[in-house]
Design a protein around this ligand. Structure first.
Ligand SMILES: Cc1cc2nc3c(=O)[nH]c(=O)nc-3n(C[C@H](O)[C@H](O)[C@H](O)COP(=O)(O)OP(=O)(O)OC[C@H]3O[C@@H](n4cnc5c(N)ncnc54)[C@H](O)[C@@H]3O)c2cc1C
Length: 391
C-alpha cells in the first residue's frame, strides 16, 4: 500500500478554484436541471430560439456553456486549461461538434483535429485529445461496413478517404507524443469502429499505448472484447489503450434490439454493469505492462476501486499508464480530490461555437436531471460548499 487515504467528500478541495459567484451560478444551474420538466421545456425553448436566431447566445455562453465547455476555440480554452493545471488536473481536448454528413465537413473536422493536436503540442497539460469516428464518415456507411454488405465503387472511395483521415490524425498524435482516445458509439457501428481502431493500434502502439479504444461495460460482451483485444495485441508486441466507460446509449440500444428482434446487448441490470466495470479495471491493472487504462466515469465506487487498486498493487499514483477522467463541469469532487492525492486526472474539455456544441450541452442538461441521481449529488455538493463558505 502507498499514499494517503482518499475521500470524495471534501468540497473545499472540489470547488477550491471556484469563486463564490461561480459557485452560485452552479447552484442555480444544477438546481434548475434537477427538475425534469423545467429541463425539457428549457431544452425545447433554447433550440427553438436558436433556430429563430434570437439573441440568446450570450445568455447560454454565460450559463450552460460556461459550466460545461472550455471555450469557443482552441485559444479560448487556454484559461480553463491553465486553471485546471493549478489543481494538478490535465485536459483532454474535445472538439465537440456533431452532426456533420458531407465529405467537406468530414475533411474540415480532420483539419480541426490536426489543429487541436498542434495546439496540444504547445502544452504539457494537454496529454490527450479525443474524437468520435462518426465525425469523419457517414453513419450509414459505418452500418454498411459492419453488416458486411459490399460497397459500391463510390462508397469504397469514401471509406478509403475515411481511413486515411483517421490515420493522419493518429500519426499526428504520435508525432507529438499525445494520446488519442476514440469514443465508443452505438453497437450497430461499433465493430466497424473497432476494426479501424485496432488497425491503428497495431501500427502506432508499438512502444506504448498512444491510441485508445473505448469499452462500454454496459454491454454483456465488453469484458470479453477487452481481454480478447489485449491478448491479440500482446501477441503482436503491441500495447492496448483502453478507456473504460459504462456506456451512453442504453435506452437506444434496448429499443433497437426489441424493435429488430435481436438479443439485447446490454447487461440485465446496473449491478452487472458495475461488476464488469470494476472487473475490467482489475484486468487492466493486472496487465499494466501492456495496457494503459483510463477510467472514464463519474461513479464514486469505481473511482475509489481504481484508486485503491493502484495503491494495493504498488503502482505509482503518477504512473502515466493510468488515468481517471471526468467531463468538465461534472464530478469535481472526484477529479479534484484524486488530483490532490497525486493521481493522474484529466477532464474532457469540449470546445466549439455555442451553436455547434448545443447538442452536447443539451445532453449534459438531460443527464443532470434528477433521474440518474447525478444532479442530486452535484447539487448537494455545491449546496454543502456554499454552506461551508458562509459558515
Ligand atoms: C471521461 C468520459 C468519457 C466518456 N466516453 C464515452 C464514450 O466514449 N462512449 C460512451 O458510450 N459513453 C461515454 N461516456 C459516458 C458514460 O458511458 C456514462 O454514460 C456516464 O459516464 C455515466 O456512467 P458512470 O460510469 O459515470 O456511472 P453511473 O452514473 O454509476 O452509471 C450510469 C450508467 O450505468 C449504466 N446503467 C444504468 N442502468 C443500467 C441498467 N439497468 N443496466 C445496465 N446498465 C445500466 C448506463 O451506462 C448508465 O449511463 C464517457 C464518460 C466520461 C466521464
Amino acid at each position: 500500500m502507498n499514499g494517503s487515504k482518499i475521500s470524495f467528500d471534501d468540497t473545499a478541495v472540489a470547488f477550491g478554484d471556484k469563486s463564490d459567484k461561480a459557485l452560485r451560478l452552479m447552484y442555480f444551474l444544477f438546481c434548475t436541471m434537477n427538475y425534469p420538466l423545467i429541463t425539457k421545456v428549457g431544452i425545447w425553448c433554447t433550440s427553438t430560439v436558436l433556430k429563430l436566431k434570437l439573441p440568446v447566445k450570450g445568455l447560454i455562453r454565460k450559463t450552460l456553456f460556461f459550466q460545461f465547455c472550455g471555450g469557443e476555440s482552441l485559444e479560448g480554452c487556454r484559461t480553463t486549461i491553465e486553471k485546471l493545471k493549478q489543481s494538478n488536473i490535465k485536459a483532454i481536448l474535445d472538439y465537440s461538434v456533431e452532426g456533420e454528413n458531407t465529405e467537406e465537413g468530414f475533411e474540415a473536422n480532420k483539419l480541426e483535429m490536426i489543429r487541436s493536436l498542434e495546439y496540444a503540442a504547445t502544452s504539457e497539460n494537454i496529454p490527450i485529445t479525443v474524437m468520435k469516428l462518426t465525425a469523419f464518415i457517414d453513419f450509414d456507411l459505418l452500418i454498411k461496413a459492419q453488416s458486411g454488405l459490399s460497397f459500391t465503387e463510390n462508397e469504397k472511395n469514401k471509406y478509403i478517404r475515411f481511413e486515411k483521415r483517421v490515420e493522419a490524425i493518429c500519426a499526428k498524435a504520435v508525432k507529438h507524443g499525445k494520446c488519442l482516445y476514440i469514443d465508443a458509439e452505438e453497437s450497430w457501428i461499433q465493430k466497424a469502429i473497432d476494426n479501424v481502431v485496432y488497425a491503428m493500434m497495431r501500427k502506432f502502439n508499438k512502444d506504448k499505448a498512444y491510441i485508445f479504444n473505448t469499452y462500454q461495460l454496459y454491454k454483456k460482451s465488453a469484458l470479453n472484447d477487452l481481454t480478447n483485444a489485449h491478448q491479440e495485441l500482446r501477441s503482436m508486441n503491441c500495447h492496448l489503450g483502453a478507456k473504460l466507460v459504462r456506456g451512453a446509449y442504453m435506452e437506444k440500444e434496448r429499443e433497437r434490439a426489441e424493435e429488430m428482434g435481436y438479443d439485447d446487448p446490454i447487461q440485465p441490470n446496473k449491478m452487472a454493469c458495475d461488476r464488469d466495470y470494476n472487473l475490467a479495471l482489475d484486468y487492466c491493472i493486472d496487465h499494466i505492462d501492456s495496457i494503459s487504462v483510463c477510467a472514464g466515469t463519474h461513479n464514486e465506487d469505481s473511482s475509489m476501486h481504481l484508486a485503491e487498486l493502484i495503491d494495493s498493487k504498488g503502482v505509482d499514483r503518477a504512473d502515466s499508464r493510468v488515468f481517471f477522467a471526468q467531463l468538465y463541469g461534472m464530478s469535481d469532487n472526484i477529479s479534484y480530490n484524486l488530483a490532490k492525492e497525486g493521481f493522474n486526472v484529466a477532464k474532457y474539455v469540449p470546445y466549439g461555437s455555442v451553436e455547434k456544441v448545443m447538442p452536447y450541452l443539451m445532453r449534459r442538461a438531460e443527464e443532470n436531471t434528477a433521474i440518474a441521481g447525478q444532479t442530486s449529488r452535484e447539487f448537494l455538493l455545491v449546496k454543502k460548499e456554499l454552506k461551508r463558505r458562509k459558515g
